[in-house]
Design a protein around this ligand. Structure first.
Ligand SMILES: *Cc1c(COP(=O)(O)O)cnc(C)c1O
Length: 430
């Protein structure tokens, strides 16, 4: 039997992700289960993750600012969620019947969101927005929807039109396979421009809903201008159009009650996901009682799912939200962390560093973007160079100019200082 020297195992370890990816590409399109993960020339494979760190199959330990693209507000493996999942495992993880956990999570969500009287659990954010849009059409009897350019609401046909996230990076905002008859019922307006919504709703009276990420999170964070959300709420009400806040990213991220509480608006319907599942798959749509009563089996708008309300996601979500309530002060602490990051940057970059609480992004352009078109004017080549530089410094950022970076409460001050010095080094080289 040959014994491998330490050096050999190190070499073998070093190439492991590359080899896994080669094999993956033979079995899965692009080698991945979701496009943004297909980092060039090959993504690292994660072996484990704890707190604010991921450990790669190549033996590296990186500070993680991707955090599962948003859900992991408490970091990887927080004890409270781990315990909840472990306890639930002993009782089974899928029943095909109601379980009491659904009531507990619904109660937390409803009491944190004044706009939500009732909610339905699904298994992903995409499913939630798909159902919310169907519900809006069922409730209003109208056909079209309006979304914001670059707004991402998941990967289903009706919203894959000038969508953000992976679709933006790849420059294929319209997916093949979405038939024009569906796409033509999704109208687009720019973010932060209430007049364009007013103009559109004035000339088209067959619009069921306006769906928007109240804080855009899928072309990088773009913040609402002062009164933008209040104004679109007013306009939609005047035109009898439902206002859907897609808070799949900002729910519990920008504060308890999400952006709607922070900016003091009351949507008709809300979609949630990511954080509310405690890191397990989930989606939620909810809103005004008279609208939600239209959902099957109460009403004529059909919606169903095998894994909906599954007890593992429910218990993980309950543990997450309870912990957030206990540790409310950490919203302020995280906000200070991203302030610190911003202030640590070389001065010429500070203006285009956009942040809201634990969401942040440096845009490679002169000023913070106000909408999708402005975000798209960023220097993505420079971003690519910067991203690689950050990896060399041991910090894993989302591999796209158009994805938001996240801190979690596991990112203590010392880690944030490391991220700051990594930014400065990486920026020096690009
Ligand atoms: C992530 C996201 C979705 C889709 O959620 P999935 O769980 O990935 O299906 C929808 N809307 C917004 C705003 C999101 O950020």
């Amino acid at each position: 039997m040959s014994r491998k020297s330490n050096k050999d195992t190190q070499v073998q370890k070093k190439g492991k992700s590359e080899n896994l990816f080669k094999l993956a590409k033979t079995m899965m399109p692009g080698g991945v289960s979701s496009p943004v993960r297909a980092i060039k020339p090959y993504p690292f494979y994660t072996k484990s993750a704890k707190g604010a760190f991921v450990e790669t199959e190549d033996g590296e330990r990186l500070i993680d600012c991707v955090m599962g693209y948003g859900p992991l507000f408490l970091g990887h493996q927080p004890e409270c969620i781990k315990t909840a999942i472990r306890e639930q495992l002993e009782n089974g993880w899928l029943y095909g019947t109601p379980s009491e956990h659904e009531l507990e999570l619904a109660k937390l969500i409803i009491s944190d969101h004044p706009s939500i009287d009732m909610c339905r659990f699904v298994s992903s954010g995409s499913e939630a927005t798909m159902a919310a849009i169907r519900l809006a059409r069922g409730f209003t009897g109208k056909k079209n929807i309006v979304k914001v350019e670059g707004g991402f609401h998941g990967a289903h046909d009706g919203v894959l039109i000038k969508a953000g996230s992976g679709a933006t990076t790849m420059g294929v905002p319209d997916s093949a396979g979405v038939i024009p008859e569906i796409a033509e019922h999704t109208l687009q307006i720019p973010y932060n421009d209430p007049q364009s919504l007013e103009a559109l709703l004035s000339k088209n009276d067959d619009i069921a809903a306006f769906i928007v990420e109240p804080v855009m999170g899928n072309v990088g964070p773009i913040l609402p201008k002062k009164d933008y959300l209040t104004e679109v709420r007013k306009i939609t009400k005047e035109h009898d159009v439902l206002f859907i806040c897609d808070e799949v990213i900002c729910g519990y991220r920008v504060g308890i009650g999400g952006a709607q509480v922070k900016y003091n608006v009351v949507p008709d319907l809300t979609t949630l996901g990511k954080i509310v599942g405690g890191g397990l798959p989930i989606g939620v749509f909810g809103g005004r009682r008279e609208i939600m009563e239209m959902v099957a089996p109460n009403g004529p708008v059909y919606q169903a799912g095998t894994f909906s309300g599954n007890p593992l996601s429910m218990t993980a979500g309950i543990a997450m939200i309870k912990e957030i309530h206990k540790e409310k002060h950490l919203y302020d602490a995280l906000d200070k962390c991203t302030d610190f990051l911003k202030n640590s940057l070389p001065e010429e970059y500070q203006n285009s560093f956009v942040k809201l609480g634990s969401m942040f992004k440096l845009f490679f352009r002169e000023a913070p973007p106000q909408n999708y078109i402005e975000a798209k004017q960023s220097d993505t080549a420079k971003f690519g160079k910067f991203w690689k530089g950050m990896m060399k410094e041991g910090v894993f950022l989302p591999p796209s100019q158009f994805e938001t970076n996240f801190l979690s409460i596991a990112h203590g001050v010392d880690i944030v200082e490391k991220i700051a010095s990594a930014y400065c080094s990486a920026l020096q080289d690009c």
